[in-house]
Design a protein around this ligand. Structure first.
Ligand SMILES: NC(=O)c1ccc[n+]([C@@H]2O[C@H](COP(=O)([O-])OP(=O)(O)OC[C@H]3O[C@@H](n4cnc5c(N)ncnc54)[C@H](O)[C@@H]3O)[C@@H](O)[C@H]2O)c1
Length: 360
């Protein structure tokens, strides 16, 4: 007998609605419906992503008993309210990063999800590249050795000109932090996930290049952030996060230096892991027969058929849905991880403001 397919519903009808609905279907579930900011937009987006139906509003979506899991993929400032409502309706939830625009709201969501005893996850999807799991397994097995330093970056250029604009630029819609909350959150999640160490203190400089942007008017959110940090294991960390780096699109790079070897993962070349040694450095390609089991589990195509962002996203939602069915997949990013990212973002902004070292 075939298993019951989960009913998936999506709140939000933009870029991420496409990504989430495609991932939900790839994971073998059923996209029941979608709602966006107006009934007209809901209908257009439902048709575009191939959802069965459009709901006129959030209440109608949450009242449908066919909906098991709600994906909240709207602008950041709406995440808290929409997620509270989904949890109150007894649904499992996937809420996009940043989980909320304040640490207090993120903590509130974590507590509500725990009280509701539902699965509640945040799409830190870069965790789901096989070569990221490979890096994590090498660190955990002691192959990297004591961690000395970490260098990381997440660089983009889509907000390079003053005429570039988006809801993320406005702190009302995006929150007090822009570049760091938007992409620095991915970088820090990946750093802590792979190293198993936590950022114990941070010092940051932020910069807003344009005082005004096209339709937002005066801009208070940062275009870039430089962070010096130290992990609880003593490793020295330097990070650069920017949305105004010409030619860079989604240049997320994490490089670790340990006593025995270095590791380098670059999101735009996700099939590779560079392993640096004083002698005999190598470019380790995804090869099904020599991966650690955690990486092999996510290696769902034969080597040479490249896996990418969509595959990582599908693996994330598949693990979320497995958790809904009672499994406990390793490395699933849950609301506690969303809170952690909000804390680090908060610490970065506080340090940039005061010049002090801050503990996230
Ligand atoms: N995990 C990732 O890799 C990743 C990548 C991109 C974006 N994101 C996150 O996804 C979220 C959405 O980003 P996006 O790029 O899809 O934005 P977008 O602007 O493309 O889409 C947002 C959608 O939400 C709708 N909306 C706004 N307010 C709403 C409300 N109250 N109720 C219902 N719908 C509403 C808008 O009409 C629009 O369709 C953001 O929080 C962003 O940080 C995550």
């Amino acid at each position: 007998m075939s298993r019951h397919r989960l009913g998936i519903a999506i709140i939000g009808g933009g870029f991420m609605a496409d990504v989430h609905s495609r991932a939900a279907r790839s994971a073998g579930e059923h996209v029941v419906g979608l709602t966006s900011s107006t009934p007209e937009r809901s209908r257009a987006a439902a048709e575009r992503v191939g959802a069965d139906r459009a709901f006129d509003n959030v209440d109608a979506l949450l009242a449908d008993p066919a909906v098991d899991v709600v994906h909240v993929v709207t602008p950041n400032a709406t995440h808290h309210e929409l997620t509270v409502r989904a949890l109150a309706a007894g649904k499992h939830v996937v809420t996009e990063k940043p989980l909320a625009t304040t640490v207090a709201d993120a903590r509130d969501l974590e507590q509500r999800a725990t009280a509701a005893a539902v699965v509640a996850t945040v799409p830190f999807v870069y965790r789901f590249h096989p070569m990221v799991r490979e890096a994590r397994a090498r660190v955990a097995a002691g192959e990297v050795g004591q961690l000395f330093s970490v260098q990381g970056a997440y660089l983009q250029d889509w907000l390079l000109a003053a005429t570039d604009d988006n809801w993320r630029v406005s702190s009302d819609a995006g929150g007090a932090s822009r570049a760091f909350a938007d992409i620095g959150s991915h970088l820090c999640d990946l750093l802590e996930f792979v190293t198993g160490e936590r950022l114990a203190r941070v010092q940051a400089v932020t910069r807003t290049v344009f005082a005004e942007r096209a339709s937002t008017g005066p801009v208070s959110t940062e275009d870039l952030a430089g962070v010096l940090a130290q992990t609880d294991g003593g490793a020295v960390v330097s990070l650069l996060v920017s949305q105004v780096a010409p030619g860079r699109k989604n240049a997320l790079v994490l490089e670790l230096h340990g006593a025995h070897e270095s590791l380098r993962f670059a999101q735009e070349r996700p099939e590779e892991l560079w392993i640096g040694r004083r002698t005999g450095s190598e470019l380790h390609l995804r090869n099904t027969d020599d991966l650690h089991p955690a990486a092999a589990r996510l290696s769902v195509l034969p080597p040479g058929h490249p896996l990418g962002y969509h595959d990582a996203f599908t693996a994330f939602v598949a693990d979320t849905y497995a958790a809904v069915r009672g499994a406990a997949p390793d490395g699933l990013p849950v609301f506690a991880d969303g809170v952690r990212a909000c804390r680090i973002t908060d610490a970065v902004l506080a340090s940039a403001r005061t010049g002090e070292w801050i503990t996230p």
